[in-house]
Design a protein around this ligand. Structure first.
Ligand SMILES: *[C@@H]1O[C@H](CO)[C@@H](O)[C@H](O)[C@H]1NC(C)=O
Ligand SMILES: *[C@@H]1O[C@H](CO)[C@@H](O)[C@H](O)[C@H]1NC(C)=O
Ligand SMILES: *[C@@H]1O[C@H](CO)[C@@H](O)[C@H](O)[C@H]1NC(C)=O
Ligand SMILES: *[C@@H]1O[C@H](CO)[C@@H](O)[C@H](O)[C@H]1NC(C)=O
Ligand SMILES: *[C@@H]1O[C@H](CO)[C@@H](O)[C@H](O)[C@H]1NC(C)=O
Ligand SMILES: *[C@@H]1O[C@H](CO)[C@@H](O)[C@H](O)[C@H]1NC(C)=O
Ligand SMILES: *[C@@H]1O[C@H](CO)[C@@H](O)[C@H](O)[C@H]1NC(C)=O
Ligand SMILES: *[C@@H]1O[C@H](CO)[C@@H](O)[C@H](O)[C@H]1NC(C)=O
Ligand SMILES: *[C@@H]1O[C@H](CO)[C@@H](O)[C@H](O)[C@H]1NC(C)=O
Length: 559
């Protein structure tokens, strides 16, 4: 029984019982009027999450809800056909693990200057809790991170590397900043120390030295001067080499953060670089691609790194003007802010015509626009639901990973040197010696914890009533379990029937809730099922549970 660390066995002659106390520390919840709850972590207490490994024939359900549940666990028994409840379900899902789609890379958040500064402002025990909450064994399963190359708006000052001397094509004065040495590298190393799945770091540049840009104005975006195209490629390579030398390998580098947004000059304070597609295509083919491919360390190149609406226009334009650029692009990075403008099907359009390029979301947050009056909303379930719905849609359209923006921010949603404050799944209250986990944190948990790297999305055939506000996706994990992640956006309970071959289960999804359910893939697996049956002490006759304990009763085979 791998159910938990603490098992007490009560054994009669004919009945074999196991009582399991789950290892998870529950949420120390604090409600916010009109919102849901946050979970409070202090130096001595922080909630964690355990992924229960279950017996064949059973399933485990994890639930979080606007009403205040956080990853509460329940075990049930899969039903066979004859016992399937023949009643109206809001939604019936038929799972087909024989048909698989993209392989999942993982989930994560960004180690911006601001996130790392907020983290460093906590006591040592709280620093450990924060890292472990995301990346630790009892955390929510993150395995990706994004890091800005020099400063961005989530910094306490504007800066790039090698700003002096100007016109220095040799980058003779390139050195990392105090923010790298004191904050970002220590935070990334703490993450690498905590995570079992090797961390994959994505790097992107916002600000470049002013002398590299056309408009010699610190507060404006501007494009790269043609004479510095190779210098900028070398600049990115130097960053990667130095991070590597300091023990943080970079997995992928993007071709620049938000190249199209770089022309809009929204609240960027110059932390941006604009690119026309033709220039970028030429730069990738002539400079960036050869420079990165020539490194001893293998580093992937991510194109676009901009809003979803930019994906097809931008990508196809870059490639149209400079087809050679295509061979250097490994994946396409997308940000979630403009998703309402274009349908998610454009993701598939691009991946269908470029099956060798993966799609990955590299930035998302709530509260970024001027119409978001409150930047941080403590306890907001709406914002958690925004994350969850976006992730479900993206995964259903071939996306392999999803990286959130700042891992943590302060109570204002900063620091941010141009006051471009936003929300974060973890809000740090350094003076009170605590941080709180927003509902958004649990939206990420419901996916990241249960959909490990190497999982493959599987086909789901859905039969839903028109009123259904249930969204879902399903994967087959590397340990041959099926995981279904569901979001009920309705204010009422939704009944969902899930079928896998002749195994079935029915879930009553609570109003405004996230549900993750996991069970073994029994399809075409009769050999393994037989082996398994030989190893259990008997036939499961009953499963009982409450919030903190599970008791399983077996009838011994020999009785
Ligand atoms: C830390 O949190 C735990 C659980 O909520 C609580 O029992 C304890 O009193 C808190 N400690 C401090 C110093 O606030
Ligand atoms: C299961 O029940 C459905 C009807 O609900 C039926 O069509 C199907 O043949 C049954 N499968 C088995 C293996 O009994
Ligand atoms: C079951 O579904 C049918 C058709 O969708 C509907 O007419 C009927 O009212 C439903 N019954 C219940 C109990 O919800
Ligand atoms: C090198 O950069 C630093 C700032 O990081 C600056 O103070 C110094 O003057 C620069 N050196 C030269 C030779 O420009
Ligand atoms: C830097 O290069 C630009 C041309 O790109 C030139 O106009 C400028 O005078 C140079 N500045 C210095 C200090 O060399
Ligand atoms: C690495 O993790 C271990 C626990 O797994 C911890 O004891 C140690 O302090 C950590 N080291 C760093 C540098 O974070
Ligand atoms: C590749 O690296 C070698 C050795 O470092 C160097 O001589 C060569 O110029 C590089 N080529 C490119 C295209 O960067
Ligand atoms: C760090 O915490 C102190 C209170 O403990 C607070 O005054 C300060 O503003 C915090 N720093 C940042 C960058 O948030
Ligand atoms: C749920 O109820 C709230 C408050 O009554 C309402 O504002 C919201 O629109 C409802 N949501 C849905 C999806 O019906």
């Amino acid at each position: 029984m791998a159910l938990s660390r603490r098992t007490s066995v009560l054994c009669g002659l004919f009945i074999y019982c196991i009582t399991v106390t789950t290892a998870a520390k529950p949420c120390a919840s604090r409600p916010y009027p009109g919102q849901s709850v946050v979970c409070v972590c202090n130096a001595t207490y922080c909630d964690d999450v355990t992924r229960i490994s279950m017996q064949r024939g059973t399933y485990v359900v994890y639930t979080s809800s606007a009403a205040g549940q956080r990853l509460s666990q329940r075990i049930g028994k899969l039903k066979t056909n004859s016992t399937f409840l023949k009643r109206n379900h809001t939604t019936t899902l038929r799972l087909n693990p024989a048909r698989t789609y993209q392989k999942i890379e993982g989930f994560g958040g960004a180690v911006t200057d601001s996130a790392a500064i907020n983290w460093k402002n906590l006591s040592k025990p709280l620093q450990r809790h924060l890292i472990n909450s995301y990346y630790g064994e009892k955390g929510i399963g993150y395995s990706l991170a994004r890091v800005p190359i020099a400063g961005c708006d989530f910094s306490v000052r504007p800066y790039a590397y090698n700003e002096l001397p100007i016109n220095d094509t040799k980058l003779s004065n390139f050195s990392l900043s105090i923010e790298d040495f004191k904050y970002k590298i220590p935070m990334l190393k703490a993450i690498m120390n905590a995570t079992k799945t090797p961390l994959k770091v994505v790097a992107a540049a916002w600000r470049v030295p002013d002398w590299m840009k056309e408009k010699n104005n610190y507060n404006k975006c501007g494009q790269l001067k043609k004479e510095f195209k190779q210098t900028y490629a070398d600049y990115l390579r130097k960053f990667i080499e130095q991070y590597n030398a300091h023990g943080v390998p970079v997995w992928a580098v993007s071709t620049s953060n938000e190249p199209i947004m770089g022309f809009l000059n929204l609240q960027t304070g110059g932390d941006c670089i604009g690119w026309y597609p033709k220039d970028m295509g030429e730069w990738i083919a002539d400079n960036l691609g050869p420079t990165i491919r020539n490194m001893t360390q293998k580093v992937l190149i991510l194109g676009v790194d901009d809003q979803r609406f930019a994906l097809p226009i931008w990508f196809y334009a870059v490639v149209k003007y400079k087809p050679e650029a295509l061979k250097y692009i490994d994946g396409l990075a997308i940000h979630f802010y403009g998703d309402v403008i274009t349908p998610p099907s454009i993701l598939e359009d691009v991946s269908r015509s470029n099956p060798d390029k993966f799609l990955i979301y590299t930035e998302a947050c709530n509260g970024p626009t001027a119409s978001d009056k409150e930047k941080v909303i403590l306890g907001s379930w709406d914002r958690a639901e925004t994350y969850m719905k976006n992730i479900i849609t993206d995964i259903n359209h071939n996306v392999v990973g999803w990286i959130d923006w700042n891992l943590c921010l302060n109570e204002m949603g900063g620091p941010n040197w141009i006051k471009n404050y936003v929300d974060s799944p973890i809000i740090v209250f350094a003076s009170r010696g605590e941080f709180v986990k927003q509902p958004m944190f649990y939206a990420m948990a419901h996916v990241a914890k249960f959909v490990p790297r190497g999982s493959k999305r599987i086909e789901v055939m859905e039969d839903a009533s028109k009123q259904s506000q249930v969204k879902q996706f399903a994967v087959l994990t590397p340990s041959d379990t099926i995981v279904v992640v569901l979001c009920n956006g309705a204010n009422s309970t939704a009944s969902v029937g899930i079928r896998l071959g002749d195994q079935q289960l029915v879930l009553e999804l609570q109003p405004r809730s996230f549900t993750t359910v996991e069970f073994h893939n029994e399809v075409n697996d009769s050999c393994r099922a037989r082996t398994m049956i030989q190893n259990v002490p008997g036939r499961i006759s009953d499963v009982d549970y409450d919030a903190n304990s599970i008791s399983i009763t077996y009838k011994l085979w020999n009785c």
